[in-house]
Structures are given as C-alpha cells and as structure tokens.
Design a protein around this ligand. Structure first.
Ligand code: A3P
Length: 345
C-alpha cells in the first residue's frame, strides 16, 4: 500500500516537473527571440524611408555612439545587417585645395545628421596603386552609414592630379564636387609652412619661402614651385571642366570659413540638397585656438588638431606683392568661370 502511494507521488512529481521545465524552456525561447527582434522596430521607426526634410536629428547621437563603434570595426556582421548599415560610395567629394581648409569643411559638414565622413584621406583616384585595387576596394574604405545618409570624402591631391577627373567621372558622372579655396598667396605660404614643419621635425634644414617662390635667375615668380602652381586655381579647374559641367562644382570660401563658418556651410547644405540642419549652436569660437570649434551635442565638442592653424613665417612684402600680382589674372578668370567673386588683392 505504502509502496503504491510512493509510486503515485513520484509520478505526480514527474508530471509537475516536466510541466515546469517545459514552461521554463518556452519562456527562455520567447524572451530570447524578443531580445533579438526588439532592436529592429525602434531602429526601423527612426530610420525608415522618410522625406529628406525629415532627417532625424537623433542621428547625431548615433553618429557619435553606435556608428562610431561600427566605424572602429567593433561590429559583427549580424549587427551591421540588423541596423541596416551600408558602405556607400561618396555622393560628394572635397577635391581640394590643399591648405584651403579641407579638413575644417569635412568636419563641419559632418555635423549634419545626413552626412557621414570618411575620416582618412583615401587617395584612391590620385594614387595608381590604390586605383588599381578597384572600386570595391574604395567602397570598403567608406564608413558605415544609414541608406538615407550621404558619404563625403576629402583628398585634396585630387584637385591637382592629372588623371583624377576622368577617373571620378567613370565612377559617377553626376557626383557633386566641392572645392575650398583661400587667397592664393596665403594658401601657398600655408602649404610651405606645412612642408617646413615636416622638415624641422626630421631635423632637416629648408629653404626660405622667398627663395622657393621667386626664381633667382629671372627674379620672376617660380611657376615650377608646387605651392605656387597649386594656387593657380583656374588652370586646374579647366582640366576638370573637360569632364564635369560647372554646375556640379561648389566653391567654398576658405577664408570666410575661418571667420564666419555658418553661412558658408549653409551654402553647401543647399548645394547638396540637404535640409538646413547645421546651426550656430554647432559652432563656437575658441579664443585659445583662435578658430571655430565644433559642438555635436551638450557633451561632445571638438576643435581641429593643432596642425590646422599653424603660425606662418614672415614673408618679405615685396615677394608677397609679386605673388599677388602674378595670381591676379588667374584669379579674375577663376571668378569668371565659377561665378563667385572673392576680394583677393
Ligand atoms: P593654416 O594652418 O595655414 O592656418 P587643410 O585642412 O586643407 O590642410 O587646411 C588647413 C587650414 O584650415 C588652416 O591653415 C586653417 O587656417 C584653416 N581652417 C579653417 N577653419 C579652421 C578651423 N575651424 N580650425 C582650424 N583650422 C581651420
């Protein structure tokens, strides 16, 4: 009798135990699947198809957080797929000019929630070795972005390199091209200052700017000096115009970007067909640096690196006058072609 009761109890316990384990397994499976599915909904809601005017400002936080992590290569393939991230070819390229303020322009445009920057200069179109690696190699160098965002890269060497216009044309004949220029003589001195700093870092001596910029035999401007040649903007632009109509270019005033960045950025937003999202809040003047710095949100702000905004060496005024006189006719032609006039002397 006692044996029969014990057997019945064991049977009941077994049934109850099985039920409990079954329920537990079901709950684990259900919660697990919810855990995997849940992130899709809010992400889809935020970044699903929208009109351009509705680009969510919240993307800014994502740019500093999630996208940043993805860019550092900390994401798994599943996470990339889950968040619908892609590596897109650039829709716009800052093609130059070296020392025109290309870094400041890229960083400031990156304040826009719909813009994602390629942090490094990729040098795909100007470097034969890179170019031979093919367009997929280039695309893989691009940052992860949401499909509604546009990718921008900058490589200032593109502007002066012979083969680049044709190569970019072959990739995308309707791409938007940004050129940031500064007063040509100041730009040439800035260019010289960068090279000089490199030489000094290696404990090397270097010529004075005057010696490089003026041909000692003729006492005329030395057009073989690269810093001078780069500042003849119209010569380079004319090569580009063999491939792209002028409407595909936007000229940024690099001198004004230093003193008054917002209106320059608003012109670029317009050119890129982006809704105006960069505001005065995103830019604040830092007296110590002597430049505008960037404010992404209440906690994250940054200034450009110390290599931007170097103190230029003093240059003989007669050399400056000679250079300005030399650049003058080229500048006039540049104004005429671009339809943008600068107050360069
Ligand atoms: P200088 O170092 O001669 O002052 P690039 O990025 O094309 O190399 O251009 C560098 C130039 O960007 C700097 O030249 C600097 O004047 C200019 N610039 C424009 N806005 C700036 C900013 N907000 N912070 C630092 N540099 C800025």
């Amino acid at each position: 009798m006692l044996f029969k009761q014990q057997a019945l109890l064991r049977q009941k316990l077994f049934v109850l135990g099985s039920l409990a384990i079954g329920s537990l397994l079901y709950l684990v499976a259900r919660v697990g699947s919810l855990d995997r599915l849940q992130p899709l909904c809010p992400i889809d809601g935020r970044f699903g198809p929208r009109g351009q005017d509705e680009i969510p400002l919240r993307a800014l936080q994502f740019k500093r957080g999630l996208l940043h992590e993805f860019r550092k290569g900390n994401a798994t393939k599943e996470q990339i797929w889950l968040h619908n991230l892609v590596q897109q070819l650039p829709k716009a390229i800052i093609i130059g000019v070296r020392k025109g303020g290309t870094r400041a322009l890229l960083e400031m445009l990156n304040l826009h929630p719909a813009v994602v920057k390629a942090s490094q200069e990729i040098h795909f179109f100007d470097n034969d070795e890179n170019y031979a690696k093919g367009i997929e190699w280039y695309r893989k160098k691009m940052p992860f972005s949401y499909p509604h965002q546009i990718t921008i890269e900058k490589s200032p060497a593109y502007f002066i390199t012979e083969e680049v216009p044709e190569r970019i044309y072959k990739m995308n004949s309707s791409i938007k091209l940004l050129i940031i220029v500064r007063e040509p003589t100041t730009r040439a001195i800035s260019d010289y200052t960068q090279v000089l700093e490199g030489k000094e870092r290696k404990n090397k001596t270097y010529y004075k700017f005057e010696k490089l910029a003026i041909d000692p035999n003729t006492c005329e401007v030395n057009t073989k000096y690269k810093a001078v040649r780069t500042s003849i903007y119209t010569k380079h632009l004319e090569r580009w115009l063999k491939y792209f109509p002028i409407e595909q270019f936007h000229i940024v005033d690099g001198d004004r970007l230093i003193t008054e960045p917002l209106p320059e950025l608003q012109l670029v937003e317009k050119f890129l067909n982006l809704p105006p999202r960069i505001s005065q809040y995103n830019l604040y003047f830092n007296a110590t640096r002597g430049f505008y710095c960037l404010r992404f949100n209440i906690v994250f702000n940054k200034c450009l690196a110390g290599s931007k905004g170097r103190i230029h060496p003093e240059v003989d005024t007669s050399v400056i006058t000679k250079l300005r006189k030399f650049f003058h006719p080229f500048n006039q032609k540049f104004y005429q072609i671009t339809g943008r006039t600068f107050n360069w002397p």
